[in-house]
Design a protein around this ligand. Sequence first.
Ligand SMILES: [Zn+2]
Length: 175
Amino acid sequence: MSLTRCPNGHMFSTRKHGNLCPYCSISVEPAAVRGGDRKAAQQPETDDKTMPYLGETKGIHPVTGWLVCIEGPQLGQDYRIMAEKNFIGRSEEMHIRIIGDNTVSRRNHAVIVYDPKKRNFYLLPGDASGLAYHNNEAVYSPVELTSYDVIQLGHSKFIFIPLCGAHFEWEDSSG
Ligand SMILES: [Zn+2]
């Protein structure tokens, strides 16, 4: 345990109390804290962990729209749709992961595409055995999606809600 001496002579643990003396509430000068050779150990551990996250905020993929589950085990759940291809399935590596419905294929049951140049959405059939339905029609070739279209995969149904398109677009989403 590393002890520090405050200007009034109290000894206390900086690990427990930081730089504030628990007896007289005097703040210990950083110089006093640095007196020991355990400078690194006395830094709050959170400093190291928060730094990388600041750099990663640029890595957020802007959402372009949503699927909202209106029927099936995930009733009420929403799923983010990103620019370009969004593969849908139960497996972890899917962009849109539907869990709890075993009639949804593990991989590539369907694909939703947002084209940032043309600003429109498409539903594509996946390469899995299960069919995808668009407004109750089986999907064999790409169909353009419009607001509140209903997509069915297995026993689950979803409403499509666009964010990007005629009314809104991220400034640099094509970059
Ligand atoms: Zn003190």
